[in-house]
Each structure stands twice: as structure tokens, then as C-alpha cells.
Design a binder for this molecule. Structure first.
Ligand code: PLP
Length: 413
């Protein structure tokens, strides 16, 4: 396929249009914010930067906000990065990834999932977000995207940016965050996003539901985009989950990243797996956008694959923190929650103690940060209906988690 593929044209068309309208939109937002009735819209990013600013002023902030590990990457990863740089590996590289890295990743996935992935089915790129953007970009124009909600906001943002219509399938705490495959069966979605273990709920899909969804997708010729960035944080070992790579549907798209498993958030190291022809199209886009992943980062990724003891240690650590959070949520807040099967989050529902008032997670998050210096993400960041939930990250030690939740109780009135 030549350089100017339809996907390429589409990208330029969308980018041009978005840039032209962005000024008008920001003016509209500014005027809306100036009126009293304007809804409060407090995002994860707002809270995160406000928390950082408070810290710069010398306040002791307990961070329950961004999903960024509080531990360092494995020593082997740092050593491999430095060695690669010393060896002159700071050059342009192949747009799909250096052959050594694609081969190492393929072998690792084949071992882990008993799969038979070939190196040319893998594209290395700069972070999970970009990988997901490419995955959505590969869908035909106007494909309707099915998203289980609550949902990590990037899926909505990318779909909206690419003008892909969305159908949300709402799940609930009462329903154990279970999904209803029938809703997907009845829909006219051309793509379905899976994100298990889930951000924010911590849910994993049981095997039966997973198989049913895969069957529906196959029958309806639906592409599954499976974001498995939290697959190493499976906290409940009695529960079994499956990767999309363990199914027999090569056209699905698997996305993962080294950010969470190896605390490599700033390395921007991620990869996509799909059929070779989709990957070949995406390599052209990667080539246009970033040329290639930094070569030394790819050596760091190879080194990370040998750090499975580290991953196990961190999983055990997060499990202990999850249990500490669960205990504190009951003790101080009398909160309702689902004990996360996986991921690095808890997504409790909170209540005010004042009769006749409803809990508003946006107001709460602002007041909590302001008065008690604890940063949480309002539930609305993951969908409007989740106004009575907050997301808490498990990325502080147990004592800090306990203290943070105790501080939360001080302003729940
Ligand atoms: C569900 C999910 N997918 C993907 C990512 C992307 O991570 P990164 O861009 O750091 O690779 C994140 C980050 O928070 C996430 O929560």
C-alpha cells in the first residue's frame, strides 16, 4: 500500500477540521464557565495539577489521583537504557519497532498466552494512549464503538475526535459491574472496547462472559479492541481471566503498555498486536507521526520482559494496598464498593451524612483537596451517572492509604 492510504487522508482531514474548530470551542467553553449555572466539570487532570501546585507550595498531599506507580522501574530496565545509550542506540529505528524487540515481545506473548504471534503482527509505539489512538484509527469511517461504562475517558475522547459514534453499555455497582452480552448482541456496533482488569472499577470479566462477547463479535464481524494494560495486576488469583490473544480472531486489536507493570510511565513504551495487514497500515501512520519509538527505549522494553519477579512483587504490594483501602473505606466512610479483582484502583460509592443532600463527587474532590490535601478523581470523569463514586488509586503505602481515607471522612458531611 502506498503512503497515501485512505486512513492517512482521513487523519489529515480530521486533524485539519479539529484545529480549525478548536478556537471557537475554547471561546464557547470560556463563556459557559463564566455563568453561575455552568455545570462543574472537574477532570482527573484538573485535580492532578491542582495537587501538584499545592505540593510545590509545601503541602503534604496524599495522591489518590493519577494511575502512576509510586515505585521505580526495575534496575535492569534502567541499566539496559543507559547501556543502549552508551552503545549508540539513540538513533532513528524501524517504524514498526526494531526486529530484536518485535521478536522478544512475540516470544514473550506466545509463552504467556500459548499463542502463535509473529513479529510482523506487532507494532511498538510511544505509550498506550497513542497505541489506542491507532487502534481506533484503524476502524472504518463512522464505525460505532461500544464502550462499557464507567470507562477510562480516553476511549470516549478518541472516538469523539475521530467522529466515531459511541454506544455506552452501562454497568453498575449493584450489578457487580457485570456486563450484559445481550445488549452488545442487539447493538449495531462495529467495534467493542474491552478493558479488563478495568480502570476504574477493578472488575475482570468472568470466562463465560468473555467467551460470549468474543462469539458475538465474531458473528457480527465486530472488532474487539482489548486494552490489557492492567493484565499483570490480577489481584484475585481465584478468578480466571483471558486475553484476547488467547482467542482465534486475528483481526482483533490487543493494546498494552509497559507503564503500569514496570513503572515505565515516562518511557512511553507500548505495543499493539493485530493481524499483519492492520499492523502494516498502522506502521505507516506511526512512521508519519513519530518515525519510530526511541531505540534505547526498545532495549529497555526487552530488558523489562525478564523482570517477572519484580512484576509479581508489585502485584502482591498492590493487593495489600487494596485490602488496606477496603478496610479503611468500611471503617471511616461506610462506603459501598466492589473489592477490585485487578488493576490499581478502587471505585467506591460515597454518601453524605446530611439528610436530604446527595453526594457530588466533583464538589467533594475539590473540597477534599482544598481542606484535607487529598486528591481523588471524581466518578464523573468515567461517565456522568457515576457522580456518587470516586476513584482511588492504590499507589501510596498502606499507612498513607489509611490516613488519606480517614482525611476523606472529615469532610463527608
Ligand atoms: C485503561 C488504560 N489504558 C491505557 C493507559 C495508557 O497508559 P500509557 O499511555 O502510559 O501507556 C492507561 C493509563 O492510565 C489506562 O488506565
Amino acid at each position: 500500500m502506498g503512503c497515501y492510504s485512505p486512513i492517512f487522508d482521513r487523519m489529515l482531514e480530521i486533524l485539519g477540521k479539529k484545529l480549525r474548530t478548536s478556537n471557537v470551542q475554547s471561546q464557547r467553553t470560556a463563556s459557559a464557565q463564566s455563568t453561575e449555572e455552568a455545570p462543574i466539570a472537574v477532570s482527573l487532570v484538573d485535580i492532578f495539577f491542582k495537587a501538584k501546585e499545592l505540593e510545590r507550595k509545601g503541602f503534604d498531599v496524599i495522591h489518590f489521583d493519577a494511575g502512576e506507580p509510586d515505585f521505580e522501574p526495575p534496575k535492569e530496565v534502567v541499566d539496559a537504557t543507559i547501556k543502549a545509550l552508551r552503545d549508540g542506540r539513540g538513533r532513528y529505528a524501524e517504524s514498526g519497532g526494531i526486529p530484536l524487540a518485535r521478536k522478544a515481545l512475540a516470544e514473550n506473548l506466545n509463552r504467556k498466552y500459548s499463542a502463535s504471534i509473529l513479529p510482523d503482527q506487532i507494532l511498538l509505539t510511544a505509550g498506550g494512549r497513542l497505541a489506542l489512538y491507532y487502534a481506533f484509527m484503524s476502524l472504518p469511517k463512522k464505525t460505532k464503538v461500544g464502550i462499557f461504562s464507567p470507562d477510562w475517558p480516553a476511549y470516549r475522547d478518541i472516538s469523539n475526535f475521530l467522529e466515531l459514534p459511541i454506544q455506552f453499555f452501562k454497568t453498575s455497582l449493584e450489578g457487580g459491574w457485570n456486563v450484559d452480552p445481550d445488549e452488545v448482541r442487539k447493538s449495531d456496533c462495529g467495534a467493542l472496547v474491552l478493558n479488563y482488569p478495568n480502570n476504574p472499577t477493578g472488575k475482570i470479566l468472568d470466562l463465560r462472559t468473555f467467551e460470549e462477547l468474543v462469539g458475538i463479535a465474531n458473528n457480527k464481524d465486530m472488532t474487539i479492541i482489548s486494552d490489557e494494560v492492567y493484565s499483570d495486576y490480577l489481584l484475585d488469583s481465584s478468578k480466571k481471566s483471558k486475553s484476547i490473544l488467547e482467542t482465534d480472531s486475528p483481526k482483533n486489536i490487543f493494546v498494552t503498555s509497559m507503564s503500569k507493570s514496570y513503572a515505565m510511565t515516562g518511557f512511553r513504551a507500548a505495543y499493539i498486536v493485530s493481524d499483519a495487514s492492520t499492523i502494516s497500515r498502522l506502521i505507516k501512520i506511526n512512521s508519519m507521526i513519530i518515525t519510530s519509538m526511541p531505540e534505547f527505549v526498545q532495549y529497555a522494553m526487552i530488558a523489562a520482559l525478564d523482570c517477572q519477579e519484580y512484576v509479581k512483587e508489585k502485584r502482591d504490594l498492590i493487593r495489600k494496598r487494596r485490602d488496606a483501602a477496603a478496610k479503611a473505606l468500611k471503617k471511616y466512610l461506610d462506603a459501598e464498593f466492589y473489592l477490585s479483582d485487578g488493576s490499581m484502583y478502587m471505585f467506591p460509592r460515597l454518601h453524605t451524612r446530611k439528610e436530604g443532600t446527595k453526594f457530588n463527587s466533583e464538589k467533594f474532590a475539590l473540597e477534599l483537596l482544598d481542606k484535607e490535601k487529598v486528591s481523588v478523581t471524581p466518578g464523573t470523569s468515567f461517565g456522568k451517572p457515576f457522580i456518587d463514586h470516586v476513584r482511588i488509586t492504590l499507589l501510596q503505602d498502606e499507612k498513607r492509604i489509611d490516613e488519606g481515607i480517614e482525611r476523606m471522612s472529615r469532610i463527608l458531611n
